[in-house]
Design a protein around this ligand. Structure first.
Ligand code: DQA
Length: 141
């Protein structure tokens, strides 16, 4: 069975409470459980969330020596600013899929620059919580 690391950046621990009209009503935990349920027998998922840029960099670096088949990352606001997360992603040899619950190009202009996405094989944005499931499906078929 394929193994995936799913990294979530700042404020994604507040899903369900945070701007539900933009990000939906489910918590990150709800999304993790639902996604794992849908992929039962097909994929093993490890979820990680941090509000701290350096901790996310360290988790990505750790993945370099682990046995994941792909990394799915929602960098949250760091997608728009973080050279450090971009550079850490570039170290990995496995595919990186960047996901965003919201359609970032329909939103404020500062969300239109995706620094981290330059290190990703693909981006999925705007399909709500399903972005995680779809990103993983794209790597197991
Ligand atoms: C987000 C989009 C980002 O612009 C924002 O800062 C987030 C969430 C998304 O999933 O739509 O925190 O990554």
């Amino acid at each position: 069975m394929k193994k995936f690391l799913i990294i979530n950046g700042p404020n994604l621990n507040m899903l369900g409470q945070r701007e539900p009209e933009v990000y939906g009503k489910d918590s990150l935990d709800d999304i993790a459980k639902e996604t794992q349920e849908k992929l039962k027998g097909k994929a093993e998922l490890e979820w990680y969330q941090s509000n701290i840029e350096g901790d996310i960099v360290s988790r990505i670096q750790k993945a370099f020596t682990e046995k994941f088949d792909a990394l799915v990352i929602n960098p949250g606001g760091y997608a728009h600013t973080s050279v450090a997360i971009h550079d850490a992603l570039k170290i990995l040899k496995i595919p990186v899929i960047e996901v965003h619950l919201s359609q970032v190009y329909k939103r404020e202009e500062f969300r239109h620059t995706l620094l981290t996405a330059k290190a990703a094989a693909a981006i999925i944005s705007g399909l709500g919580k399903d972005v995680y499931h779809i990103a993983i499906l794209s790597q197991i078929n």
